[in-house]
Design a protein around this ligand. Structure first.
Ligand code: MN
Ligand code: MN
Length: 293
């Protein structure tokens, strides 16, 4: 695969991620029934929701990813302190939302300098998994670094085996899509995760889409593997409700990497916060370059 294809799929992943965040945020914490009653099928980036967002505004999912990506770009290498410092700066910027586990971990680092907490059963939210795309992009041909960096950034806030397994698996799936365009390899990664922790099994799909990493991954994989376009994947995912901005973002990341940036509907890209789009274009190019150091 040429470098041009890699960039096209990497851009698809990062812009697809932000589209899913902005699209899903409108219906975050709603049930499918409530969504249906309010919106019929929710399919446009219109803002609102419990955060009362502007149309096109993104939330913590995209903002934390950008904070992580910027730390890698600024140092042209891995600097876990810089990652944690960027999370602190972000926390103190009065963001629209922040998960409890993320808040607890970032405050612990800010107040004590500790870069990770002890393993906890209640750290099994999706907050570490949701922000890992920049690590994938910066380590496309370095599986050893991918693993170390992913786990280090995760453990700033989430130290839990289910969170770790999901973060690594979704990261590997995106990597296969970007570098090989290979769906068989994706299915193998998904099967390996389910063999290790069978609670991730999404067949039959039970329709839970909460921020618990198991529910999040089931939803994302179910809709990714059972739809055939970027648009249908995202619409199906966010209309499941629950943690819809995060499931939407992660589904958008996978579908964007699979179908490429051209398949992202123009009406979504045009609505997305223009400053965020510029930042994502710049970061994607810079992170891919880091890969080839
Ligand atoms: Mn969010
Ligand atoms: Mn969310």
């Amino acid at each position: 695969m040429t470098n041009e294809h890699v960039l096209d799929r990497a851009l698809g992943a990062y812009l697809g991620f932000a589209c899913g965040d902005a699209l899903g945020a409108t219906v975050e914490f709603m049930t499918p029934k409530q969504i249906h009653k309010h919106y019929g099928v929710h399919q446009d980036i219109i803002g609102g929701g419990w955060l009362n967002l502007e149309a096109g505004q993104v939330t913590d999912d995209t903002q934390m990813s950008l904070a992580l990506g910027q730390a890698i770009i600024d140092h042209q290498d891995w600097n876990i302190q810089a990652v944690a410092d960027n999370f602190v700066t972000w926390l103190e910027s009065n963001p629209p939302d922040i998960g409890n586990t993320c808040r607890r971990g970032i405050i612990r680092y800010r107040d004590s300098g500790e870069l990770f907490g002890l393993p906890r059963e209640d750290d099994a939210g999706n907050g570490a998994c949701m922000r890992n795309l920049p690590v994938v992009l910066a380590t496309l041909n370095r599986p050893d670094l991918f693993r170390i960096w992913s786990l280090q950034q995760s453990h700033i806030t989430h130290n839990n085996p289910l969170s770790d397994a999901a973060t690594l698996t979704l990261g590997l799936i995106v990597k296969h899509l970007i570098t090989l365009g290979d769906s068989d390899a994706c299915q193998q990664e998904s099967d390996a995760l389910i063999n290790q922790y069978n609670q991730f099994s999404y067949t039959p799909y039970l329709g839970k889409a909460s921020a618990y990493i198991v529910d999040t991954v089931q939803t994302v994989l179910h809709y990714f593997f059972n739809t055939d376009s970027f648009e249908s994947c995202l619409i199906a995912t966010v209309n499941q409700g629950g943690d819809a901005d995060t499931t939407g973002a992660l589904a958008g990341m996978l579908a964007g990497a699979k179908y490429g940036v051209q398949q992202i509907p123009e009406r979504w890209l045009n609505q997305l916060d223009a400053a965020i789009v510029v930042n994502i274009l710049r970061q994607t190019t810079a992170l891919i370059k880091t890969t080839h150091i």
